[in-house]
Design a protein around this ligand. Sequence first.
Ligand SMILES: Nc1ncnc2c1ncn2[C@@H]1O[C@H](COP(=O)(O)OP(=O)(O)O)[C@@H](O)[C@H]1O
Ligand SMILES: [Mg+2]
Length: 493
Amino acid sequence: MFGKRSNDPQAPKRIAQPQAQPAPAMRPTESGKAASATPASAPPKPEPEAQPQRRHSEECYDVKTTVFNALIDTIDLTQLAKLDAAAAREEIRDIVSEIIQIKNVVMSIAEQEELLEDICNDVLGYGPLEPLLARDDIADIMVNGANTTYIEVNGKVQRTGVRFADNTQLMNICQRIVSQVGRRVDESSPICDARLPDGSRVNVIAPPLAIDGPALTIRKFKKDRLKLEQLVKFGSITPNAKTILEIIGRVRCNVLISGGTGSGKTTLLNCLTGSIDNDERIITCEDSAELQLQQPHVVRLETRPPNLEGEGEIKMRDLIKNCLRMRPERIIVGEVRGPEAFDLLQAMNTGHDGSMGTLHANSPREAIGRLESMIMMGGYTLPIRTIREMIVGSIDVIVQASRLRDGSRKITHITEVIGMEEDVVTLQNIVVFEILGEDANGKIVGRHRSTGISRPKFWDRAEYYNEEDRLAAALAGSEVVDANGNVLGEANG
Ligand SMILES: Nc1ncnc2c1ncn2[C@@H]1O[C@H](COP(=O)(O)OP(=O)(O)O)[C@@H](O)[C@H]1O
Ligand SMILES: [Mg+2]
């Protein structure tokens, strides 16, 4: 026993943390209820239904409100927060059963269980988000205010029936999430990045910046990142292109992975690091540690946002600069967003071959442009030609990831940076994905083909690492694949 009912004077007092408190007496609307009960339920009409939605009578919600309010009156939430999840659940279970008895509520065992589950989610966890967080097939969760939640499954964004009682409940949940990493989100600091205990990345932007209520975005952490073999199985890439990527990773090309949001950049970066030899010293710099390197000799670094007083920020630039004093053999940068592009290029230029990073762009050509502007953002007054020469001298390969309109993710380009013609950086595609059309189910049909380049610029490197035969064979083959990634036959590059 604990809390208000407890008379244990020893019970340690938790530091008051109002933001960590659960939603005050939530108004269990139909939506809130449905949300907790049916994970993938769809909204009443407009979007396609993922799963049939259970209907709940008004009575049900009234019962929940009654029980919930009684519970909130009975327990001491700060004490509850001290217990581990299982114990807290037990505690709630006891009290809820008691309340049900006292209030003389007639409920079946199943109904009681469901009620208990909902209440536990509201009090202890992330409320209506819980069922979504529990699903492994979801890549992103996007909450746009209390009434609208979208998820991304298999590359497709779909609306769910998940709703919050109101924006206050949603805000409380946001607050609980960010308070776990020692931050808070409110009117005075309405933007906040955080992480869930499972490693999922979270962004919150609250009113008044978010006009229609708090916007919460969660990129769910995948315990097992996809491997290259799986990308082949999904048809994101062909077996030959996989081999080419493995060689590029192994022979220490400097690689930039380009792609849109959620196109699979981090996944691809993680795959590429898979071909790094075990005896190399690797240092990773990320805003939020996502990479899962398998090698033994890895140092992982993470940036830090400023604290509440606006102090103590450690930026990506700081990390990369520090990296250079750590005798790295490879530097892996999770995402290049700003002036740190300059530092990464410098590192690549100065003997840290095989460094890699991702960047947000829609084509290899655009990636070059983005790099240029990021370097200029850093306040360098270098002539554009100098910047381009620096890019050409640093980046060997750009790999482009894309999420196509049917939701499938493809590696659409493996492209080399080969030099300059006049003032223009010259690129050379090695493998490209061509869209041929759509099948009856709206699935994009296309094929990866090699462009017929038999001696890429990194050929010498491949030779040095004894990979030239494997490379030649992979370059020579160019399969045609159907939408499911099945190899249909050979095409002439
Ligand atoms: N080729 C792929 N096929 C299917 N799913 C993929 C593929 N690449 C990535 N994913 C999934 O897509 C989601 C987003 O991938 P991620 O690499 O984090 O994207 P980005 O870093 O570009 O934002 C993840 O859930 C990941 O597992
Ligand atoms: Mg990423």
